[in-house]
Ligand binder design. Structure first.
Ligand code: BGC
Ligand code: CA
Length: 294
């Protein structure tokens, strides 16, 4: 891999998302939300597999073995991929039938920060951003249409977040001890040729890589919000990204086929694939989920 994103799994995902590197499994793992499937890819062997799920999975954190902290559309659960055993943790926004979980990320202390989105069209600001540390999930802020781009600076003291339709990525101060956000500031206003900000990851230099829904790119922003680099993809709906591989030196990128009409699908036959690109920068290992009994 040299600077060009290549297809590594022709997954045909309706909505690939939530990608993470699991060091214990030595796998890149992601979810096809609308396809109701959990996917994994082992870069050492090139083997990929998918497991059918009972509900749409929006985001997750590996818990060890075959267990996940699962951010299902309707709420959080512990889920065992081996036998399908599901133990509910908390329903999320059960009073808002139009919202579902969406993007989520572990903070540098291993808590899960996740957001919801309104599935109505156009999306209304009914969603929220939540934090879960093993106790009762709590709301960080509300008024969100489609929560995305949640990511943390290397020291964990900044949190990035996008409300996708607003085409803005914000940066908050993040208190690692309390898990509170404050001082919301515009980090970047995304130009129309960059589509809409979807999922993000932060690299070891503290730069933010953001996947562009409708923009067909992943863009790297410096910590002061300047565009530093652009990875072009051969399809338009780019959804999320994460560094993986034994040395975290490969950027893996998910995409979506869902919603593309026949003509677009013809023009973008690779839509829904998992891509990889060597960008000459390394990622940061996630802090494993902390706070739940294991
Ligand atoms: C959501 C999709 C949405 C897309 C672009 C994704 O994170 O899961 O449902 O269409 O962002 O807004
Ligand atoms: Ca809901």
């Amino acid at each position: 891999m040299t600077g060009r994103a290549e297809v590594v799994v022709s997954a045909g995902n309706a909505l690939g998302e939530g990608i993470v590197w699991s060091p214990a499994h030595r796998e890149i793992q992601w979810t096809d939300i609308h396809g109701k499937a959990f996917w994994s890819f082992d870069p050492a062997t090139g083997a990929a597999k998918s497991i059918a799920l009972p509900e749409r999975l929006a985001c997750f954190a590996p818990l060890g073995g075959s267990r996940l902290l699962a951010g299902f559309a309707s709420g959080l659960a512990r889920f065992d991929l081996a036998d399908g055993a599901r133990e509910e943790i908390a329903a999320i926004e059960a009073d808002q039938p139009a919202t579902r979980l969406n993007d989520g990320k572990l903070d540098r202390r291993g808590r899960l920060v996740f957001g919801t989105m309104d599935e109505s069209k156009p999306a209304q600001p009914l969603g929220r951003v939540w934090i879960y540390d093993g106790g009762a999930p709590r709301v960080l802020f509300e008024g969100v249409r489609i929560a995305n781009s949640i990511a943390f600076s290397p020291d964990g003291r900044r949190m990035y977040f996008a409300d996708t339709p607003a085409r803005v990525i914000w940066r908050f101060d993040y208190d690692n001890d309390s898990g509170e956000v404050s001082n919301r500031q515009v980090f970047v206003e995304v130009a129309s040729d960059h589509g809409f900000p979807d999922g993000s990851t932060v690299d070891a230099d503290g730069c933010l890589w953001n996947a562009e829904w409708g923009g067909g790119k992943v863009t790297r922003y410096t910590p002061d919000g300047r565009i530093d680099r652009i990875v072009e993809l051969p399809c338009s709906q780019i959804t999320c990204c994460a560094f993986g591989g034994a040395t975290l030196a490969t950027l893996f990128i998910t995409s979506a086929r869902g919603g593309l009409d026949e003509a677009k699908l013809k023009a973008e036959p690779q839509a829904g694939a998992l891509f990889a690109v060597d960008v000459g920068v390394k990622g940061l290992a996630d802090t494993p989920f902390a706070g739940v009994r294991r």
